[in-house]
Design a protein around this ligand. Structure first.
Ligand code: ZN
Length: 198
């Protein structure tokens, strides 16, 4: 049974579809919006409206921005970069940018190969990656360390082989600040295999 009018209930239902927000958190968020109508709800509605008008997908890398090519692709400091980082999702690109990885370029795949979900090579931007590959000296496959991610990395490595570009992947191992005793065996054995000279 609804406890509020349909406008409020619909807002709750929509917010509850966001990652990290269930129905309960959505209800609390909406209540907060209503309580802070002038300082939060009105500016949020305006910001949403502006974003709806402005958002676009970058035709070069697949990033989400308000212009295409996006700010990352158009950044003059990256113009001569020979390093291309391939990620599954825009969120991964943004995470790497937050980490300050430097003057690199990106390519967003838009997912990973997953036969069970019916996602094949044509559903990802792999052809576009093959076209871009000759511009770079090294391509880092920064896909997630999941079975699907690694399968996708192998597939892309095979497809990129004829280009002669150096292909690397992120190291797997001990996280910064991590304690060995708390790591799973798979991570520990990977970390030992990928050890580096001090
Ligand atoms: Zn871009």
């Amino acid at each position: 049974m609804a406890t509020a009018g349909p406008e409020i209930e619909q807002l709750i239902l929509l917010l509850a579809r966001l990652p990290g927000l269930g129905p309960r958190s959505a209800r609390r968020a909406v209540l907060q919006l209503i309580k802070k109508k002038d300082s939060l709800m009105v500016p949020l509605a305006a910001a949403l409206e502006r974003a709806v008008e402005a958002v676009t997908v970058c035709e070069v890398c697949g990033n989400v921005d308000t212009r295409s090519p996006c700010h990352v692709c158009a950044d003059p400091r990256r113009a001569g970069s020979g390093l291309l980082i391939v990620v599954e999702d825009v969120a991964d690109l943004w995470a790497l940018e937050r980490a300050g990885v430097g003057a690199v370029k990106y390519h967003v795949l838009g997912g990973v190969l997953s036969p069970l979900d019916g996602i094949g090579p044509d559903d990802l931007s792999i052809d576009a990656l093959l076209k871009r590959a000759p511009e770079f000296e090294e391509i880092v496959l920064a896909v997630n360390a999941t079975v699907e991610g690694q399968t996708t990395a192998h597939y892309i490595t095979d497809r990129l082989a004829p280009s002669g570009v150096r292909i690397t992947r992120l190291a797997h191992g001990v996280p910064v600040g991590g304690e060995l005793d708390y790591l799973d065996e798979g991570t520990l054995s990977q970390a030992l295999k990928a050890r580096t000279r001090i």
